[in-house]
Design a protein around this ligand. Structure first.
Ligand code: FAD
Length: 823
C-alpha cells in the first residue's frame, strides 16, 4: 500500500522548510509539490536561481505522486524524451546523496516482452534508437528472461528487450528527496500554503495569493498535477489535460518471489497490456484498460486529499486474465491491495511544458503522466529554458505550444482518454489516430472525402495524406512495411511530375507583420535575406545559441507589410517567439486560419493558372520566387511562385470563404491537362528526391544552420540573432552533418529514428525517409558524424533489425540543378 509521508515523518518542519514567513517576493514561484514541481525547484536552485519558492496546498506528494507504482524506464516514442528519462534515472543517486533522503531505488533492470511478430518488430526499432543514443539495451531470449524472472512463462514470447537502467523506486521518498535537495541548493518550499488566485502586474510579474500572504514573483510555473486545469484557470488559461483513473494491484507474500533470492526485474508485456515489478515480498501488477475512465471531467475538487478511488476490478478483469497466463504463479497469489488512483494525461500522452504562448512569464509543466521516469528531465529542461532562454535539446515533443486554441478542454478529454487506452498499444508508422478528428476542417473536406481521401490531422486541422479509389477504398492497413498507399501515391506523383497536381495548403502556418521598421526587425530575427516588395526568400531563423528555430518563406507584400510562411505545427511556438521581443510600432498576428489555399505543381501548372487568371503569368513576367496579390478563378488571392515538390509551381492562398470557388476553377480548367489532387505522402516523397528537409524532422533546434546545410541561405553581411554561434560553427567545423542517402532495400523503407552505421558502429540516425517514387529508390535523410558525410560514403541503415547498404548522395536525386522548378 502506498504510504503518505508528511513533514513530521520526514523530519521536516515549517522552520526547516525555509522559515515560517512566506517571503513577499521571489524570482520564481512553483505551484505544486508533486514530483514535477519539486524537480523543477531543485533544478532552478541548482542552476543558480536560488530565489525560488514552491507552494504546496497540502503535504508534498498530495496529488498523484504519493500513489504511483514507482516504475522507471527509458523507452519512449520520442528519442529526446528517452534521453531525458535516462537522465532522470541517473539523477536519483545525486538527489539521494544531497538530500539524505532515500529514494528507494531498485535498479533491477527491466524487460519488454514481445509475444507477436509486430511487437518484436517494434522492439527492433527501439533497439535501433538505443544503439545510436548510446542507451544500454540488448535482446535476450525468452529462456534467459525466465532465468532472470522465474514467474514468467517464456513460451508466450518471441523475443525480449532488456534495459539495465530500468527498475522502481519509492515515489514519496523521491519527491521529498527532490524538495530537500532543492533546499540544500537554497530554494524554499511551503506546505499547507496553496495558491488561491493570481493577478498579473503591468510589469509582467505575478501576485500569487495564499493563506499565508501574497507573494510577488517574476515568473510562475504551474505544476498543479491533478489540479493543473484549476491552477490554469487562475491565470485565465484552459489546459487540455485530463486526470484518468488507473489500477494496479499488490499481492500478498509469494514464495516464488521470496525464494528467488534477488530482486525481480521491472517488466512490460505490451500485448497483455500489463506492467509488473516486485513489491516487498510480493508483486505489483498494473494495466491500462481498453476503455479509459476520465476522472472529474468538470474539474478536480479542491478538497480531494490523500485519497484513492473505489477499485473496480471488473474493468481490468480481462487484462488480469491474460497477465495470469503469462505469470502463472500470480493467479494463485492472494491480493493484498487494489489501488485505483488518478493521474493526469495530455492529448498525445506527452507532458505539456514551457512558456505558454500569448502569456508573459507564465510557465507550465503539466500532463506529466510518468513523473518518476520523466520528472528529472522535465525539471532540467524547464530550468534551462527559464534561465538560459532555451533548452539544451529539442523538446518539441513536450512543448506546450504544440497545442493551440483547437485543443479545447473537451478535445483534451477525448484525446487524453485515447492516449490512456493506447499506452501499451502500438501505433504503426502509417497509422493515424481516430479520436478527436474533424476538430478543424477546410471547405474542401467533404469534396476530398468523396474523392477517396485518407486524412490525418495536424495542429487540429484535417489534411489529405493520399487518395484511394473512392471512399469505400479509403483505408489503411497498419504496417511497418510499404503499405497499401504505395501505388496510389505513385499515381499522384506521376501526375505532378508529368502534368499538374494540386494540394491544399491550409495547414501551412502564415504569420503577418505590419508597420514601420518591420524590415529591420525581420533582418534581425531572420538569418537570411529579407526580400524586396513582390519577392520571396527562404530563410532559417536561429536561436541566440545558433540552433534552428524555423525555416520560413518570407513574402514582402509591401515595404511595411510581410507574411512569413512556415511549419503549421510550429505556429504557436513561432507566435511565442515573435511576440517575445516585438518592437513597438510593429504589429504581428498568427493568421494561419485566415488563409487557406491550393498549391499547383507540375510542368502544366502555368498553363492551368493562365486559364483562370487575367494576369500575365509567363515565365518572363512571373518569375521563380515572385509573389502577386491578384485574382485567380475570380477570387482574391496571394500567389507565391515556389513549390515544395521541386516542379514549376504556385502556392495560391485565399481567404477560407473563397476556397471552394478556387477549387472549382482549378478542377474545371485542369480537366484536360491531367489535373489530379495529391496528398502529403506524395509531397513528402517528392521533396525527398529533391533532398529537402522538413521542420520537426531534419530541421529542429537540435541542429544548427551549418549542420543542417541551411547556412546556404544566410546573409552574412548583416547582424542577426545567432550569428556569432553560427560563425563559430562555420569556422570551427561541426561534428555532424545532414546527408541524403539512397538505401539498397526492397519492400520496406525507413520511417525515422533508425540507426545509421559505418562498419557496424553507429555514426548517426535517420531523421526521415521513405520511397522516392519518381527516381524509384528507397531514400533517407539523416545526421551522421561529419567524417562520414562526404558524397559517395558507403554506410548502413538498420531497418527492423536488418542492416542495408546506403550511399551518401552528392546532390538531389531529381532535377539536381533545379531547372524544372525555375522553368
Ligand atoms: C496508480 C498510479 C500508478 C502510477 N505509476 C507510475 C509509475 O510506475 N511510474 C511513473 O513514472 N509514474 C507513475 N504514475 C504517474 C505519476 O504518479 C505522475 O506522473 C506524477 O505523480 C505527476 O506528478 P505531478 O507533480 O505532475 O502531479 P501531482 O503529483 O498531482 O502533484 C501536484 C501537486 O500540486 C499541488 N497543488 C495543486 N494545486 C495547488 C495550488 N493551487 N497551490 C499549491 N499546490 C497545489 C497538489 O496538492 C499536488 O501535491 C502513476 C500514477 C498513478 C495514479
Amino acid at each position: 500500500m502506498p504510504t503518505i509521508q508528511t513533514e513530521e515523518t520526514t523530519g521536516q518542519t515549517e522552520e526547516t522548510t525555509g522559515g515560517k514567513k512566506l517571503p513577499s517576493h521571489a524570482k520564481v514561484v512553483v505551484i505544486g509539490g508533486g514530483v514535477v514541481g519539486c524537480s523543477i525547484l531543485f533544478h532552478l536552485a541548482k542552476f543558480g536561481w536560488k530565489d525560488a519558492v514552491l507552494l504546496e496546498r497540502d503535504e508534498l506528494t498530495s496529488g498523484s505522486s504519493w500513489h504511483a507504482a514507482g516504475g522507471i524506464h527509458t523507452i519512449s516514442s520520442d528519442p529526446n524524451i528517452s534521453r531525458l528519462q535516462s537522465y532522470t534515472i541517473n539523477l536519483y543517486k545525486e538527489i539521494e546523496e544531497l538530500s539524505g533522503q532515500s529514494v528507494g531505488l531498485h535498479q533491477t533492470g527491466g524487460f519488454y516482452a514481445a509475444s507477436t511478430k509486430e511487437w518484436y518488430d517494434y522492439l527492433k526499432g527501439e533497439r535501433s534508437k538505443a544503439r545510436y543514443m548510446g542507451l544500454d539495451q540488448e535482446f535476450i531470449s525468452p529462456k534467459e528472461l525466465a532465468e532472470r524472472h522465474p514467474l514468467i512463462d517464456p513460451d508466450h514470447y518471441h523475443a525480449v528487450l532488456w534495459d539495465a537502467q530500468d527498475g522502481h523506486l519509492d515515489p514519496s521518498g523521491t519527491t521529498y528527496a527532490f524538495a530537500k535537495a532543492a533546499k540544500a541548493h537554497g530554494a524554499q518550499y511551503f506546505t499547507h500554503c496553496g495558491a488561491t488566485g493570481m493577478t498579473q502586474r503591468p510589469d509582467g510579474s505575478w501576485d500569487i495569493v495564499t493563506p499565508k500572504g501574497t507573494l510577488n514573483a517574476e515568473h510562475v510555473v504551474n505544476c498543479g498535477g491533478l489540479w493543473a486545469r484549476e491552477v490554469g484557470h487562475m491565470a485565465g488559461i484552459q489546459l487540455p489535460v485530463q486526470p484518468m483513473e488507473h489500477h494496479y494491484l499488490i499481492t500478498e507474500r509469494m514464495d516464488e518471489v521470496v525464494n528467488f533470492g534477488q530482486q525481480l526485474p521491472h517488466g512490460i508485456d505490451f500485448e497483455a497490456n500489463v506492467y509488473c515489478r516486485q513489491e516487498g515480498q510480493g508483486m505489483l501488477l498494473g494495466t491500462y484498460e481498453a476503455q479509459a475512465t476520465p476522472w472529474k471531467v468538470g474539474g478536480t475538487p479542491w478538497d480531494f486529499g490523500h485519497e484513492l478511488l473505489p477499485p473496480d476490478l471488473d474493468r481490468v478483469a480481462d487484462r488480469l486474465e491474460t497477465a495470469f497466463e503469462r505469470l502463472p504463479a500470480m493467479a494463485n497469489a492472494g491480493i493484498k491491495d487494489v489501488i485505483n488512483g488518478p493521474f493526469t494525461f495530455g492529448p498525445d500522452g506527452n507532458p505539456l511544458i514551457g512558456p505558454v504562448p500569448g502569456m508573459k512569464n507564465y510557465w507550465v509543466a503539466v500532463g506529466v503522466m510518468a513523473g518518476f521516469c520523466q520528472g528529472g528531465g522535465v525539471g532540467l529542461t524547464l530550468a534551462e529554458w527559464m534561465i538560459d532562454g532555451e533548452p539544451s535539446i529539442d523538446v518539441w515533443a513536450m512543448d506546450v505550444a504544440r497545442f493551440g486554441e483547437f485543443a479545447t478542454p473537451d478535445w483534451g478529454t477525448i484525446k487524453s482518454s485515447e492516449n490512456y487506452e493506447r499506452r501499451f498499444v502500438m501505433t504503426f508508422p502509417n497509422e493515424t489516430l481516430p479520436k478527436g478528428r474533424k476538430q478543424k476542417t477546410t471547405a474542401l473536406y467533404d469534396r476530398m472525402i468523396a474523392k477517396g481521401a485518407v486524412m490525418d490531422q495536424g495542429f487540429g486541422l484535417e489534411h489529405v495524406l493520399w487518395f484511394a479509389d473512392g471512399p469505400e477504398d479509403a483505408h489503411e492497413v497498419p504496417s511497418f512495411e510499404r503499405n497499401r498507399s504505395h501505388d496510389y501515391v505513385a499515381r499522384e506523383i506521376k501526375a505532378v511530375r508529368e502534368a499538374v497536381g494540386g494540394i491544399e495548403v491550409a495547414n501551412f502556418a502564415k504569420h503577418e507583420f505590419k508597420g514601420e521598421g518591420v524590415r529591420e526587425y525581420l533582418n534581425h530575427i531572420l538569418a537570411g535575406f529579407v526580400p524586396k516588395p513582390g519577392r520571396l526568400a527562404l530563410t532559417p531563423m536561429l536561436t541566440p545559441k545558433g540552433k534552428l528555430y524555423g525555416d520560413l518563406t518570407v513574402a514582402c507584400l509591401a515595404e511595411d507589410h510581410f507574411m512569413l510562411f512556415g511549419s503549421g505545427a510550429m505556429q504557436e511556438a513561432h507566435r511565442r517567439w515573435f511576440e517575445k521581443d516585438l518592437p513597438p510600432g510593429i504589429s504581428y498576428a498568427n493568421v494561419s486560419d485566415d488563409w487557406h489555399g491550393i498549391a499547383l505543381s507540375g510542368p502544366k501548372s502555368r498553363e492551368l493558372l493562365a486559364r483562370i487568371t487575367r494576369d500575365d503569368v509567363s515565365a518572363e513576367a512571373f518569375k521563380f520566387r515572385d509573389l502577386r496579390q491578384t485574382f485567380v478563378g475570380g477570387v482574391p488571392v496571394i500567389i507565391n511562385r515556389i513549390s515544395f515538390s521541386g516542379e514549376l509551381g504556385y502556392e495560391i492562398y485565399c481567404k477560407p470563404q473563397y476556397l471552394m470557388r478556387l477549387a472549382d476553377a482549378i478542377e474545371e480548367a485542369g480537366a484536360d491537362l491531367g489535373y489530379r489532387w495529391y496528398g502529403a505522402r506524395a509531397l513528402l516523397s517528392m521533396r525527398l528526391e529533391k533532398g529537402w528537409g522538413v521542420w520537426t524532422m531534419e530541421y529542429r533546434p537540435d541542429f544548427d544552420a551549418v549542420e543542417s546545410g541551411m547556412d546556404v541561405f544566410i546573409n552574412w553581411k548583416k547582424e542577426f540573432v545567432g550569428k556569432e554561434a553560427t560563425l563559430k560553427a562555420r569556422e570551427g567545423g561541426v561534428s555532424q552533418k545532414l546527408v541524403t542517402m539512397t538505401i539498397d532495400v526492397e519492400g520496406i523503407d525507413v520511417a525515422h529514428d533508425e540507426a545509421i552505421l559505418k562498419d557496424g558502429e553507429p555514426v548517426g540516425y535517420v531523421s526521415s525517409g521513405g520511397y522516392a517514387h519518381h527516381v524509384g529508390k528507397s531514400m533517407a535523410m539523416g545526421y551522421v558524424a561529419a567524417e562520414f558525410a562526404a558524397p559517395g560514403t558507403k554506410l548502413q541503415v538498420e531497418i527492423l533489425g536488418n542492416f542495408y547498404d546506403a550511399l551518401v548522395l552528392a546532390g538531389p536525386a531529381y532535377d539536381a540543378n533545379g531547372a524544372n522548378m525555375r522553368s
